[in-house]
Design a protein around this ligand. Structure first.
Ligand code: PEP
Ligand code: MN
Length: 282
């Protein structure tokens, strides 16, 4: 049996984010974890850091269930100015405390070029959210940072536009870029967004960058997180980002898509056979 050769056109004007030879692969090493290697990396934690108790409990729960990276937002991009905006630097300090407690590296969002230096002193991975994918001053700024950057796909961006944004970061000298598919806007309204699973194999064909799938923001619905995570892993994703809250019903943000501790334990067991089936490991 012969696998079909890559027939996805490689965008000609993009230089650094596309593969220049077939086996080129960016593997980001962090705390003994390899993002883009054999492992499927699970980034889990609350949407927002709300309190010391909440983030520490979440960190312990996700660590015990087998996640390798803790997620949590301190600077939150909210649709309305009246919604919880995050704890800011206090949230970053609590994340750092959770890292000290569990040993899990942390990924957290930065929204403003003027805050990159601050967020970088606490974070292990800088996250660029969907709403800022094309914030070019912000991309240039994280491109000069010393930490890996996880670039979420703009909710209305094509894959080539998204790669163009990765190019902004790479062109500044930061070669540790992770692509995160978090769902795009379509006509479907049952789900919050439509998870474009094809982003994983397409990016792997034309780019060397690791790909993470975020079925939490992708679906907006707790019961769909597991099925879409499994589909993403089967399609070759290098990791999954998933929201977990100690008490989802009390979450200040994104409770409907957050898994409870028990649901997250089930989730971690449920994805294992799929990880094995694609010859990867946790
Ligand atoms: C998040 O991960 O906290 C987030 C706000 O996601 P997105 O930018 O994908 O909406
Ligand atoms: Mn969220």
């Amino acid at each position: 049996m012969v696998m079909p050769a890559c027939d996805i056109p490689i965008p000609k004007k993009i230089k650094l984010a596309v593969r220049s030879y077939e086996s080129q692969k960016t593997i980001i090493k962090l705390n003994g974890i390899e993002i883009g290697g054999d492992q499927v990396v699970i980034m889990a934690g609350p949407c927002s850091v709300e309190s010391r108790e909440q983030v520490l409990e979440a960190a312990i729960v996700v660590k015990e269930a087998g996640a390798q990276i803790l997620r949590g937002g301190a600077f939150k991009p909210r649709t309305l100015p009246y919604s919880f905006q995050g704890l800011g630097e206090e949230g970053l300090k609590l994340l750092a405390e959770a890292r000290d407690e569990t040993g899990l590296p942390i990924v957290t969002e930065v929204m403003d070029p003027s805050e990159v230096e601050l967020v970088e002193t606490y974070a292990d991975i800088l996250q660029i959210g969907t709403r800022n994918m094309q914030n070019f001053p912000l991309l240039k700024s994280v491109g000069r940072a010393d930490k890996p950057v996880m670039l979420k796909r703009g909710m209305s961006a094509t894959i080539n536009e998204w790669l163009g944004c990765a190019e902004y970061i790479l062109a500044e000298g930061n070669l540790d870029v992770i692509m995160c598919e978090r769902g795009i806007r379509t006509f479907e309204q049952i789900t919050r967004n439509t998870v474009d699973i094809s982003a994983a194999p397409i990016l792997h064909m034309i780019s060397h960058l690791p790909v993470i799938i975020d079925p939490s923001h992708g679906t907006g619905t707790r019961s769909l997180v597991g099925p879409l995570a499994k589909a993403g892993i089967a399609a070759g994703a290098d990791g999954i980002m998933v929201e977990v809250h100690p008490h989802p019903d009390e979450a200040l943000c994104d409770g409907a898509q957050s898994l409870s501790p028990e649901e997250f334990k089930f989730f971690m067991n449920d994805i294992k056979p799929i990880i094995g089936a694609v010859n990867r490991r946790l």
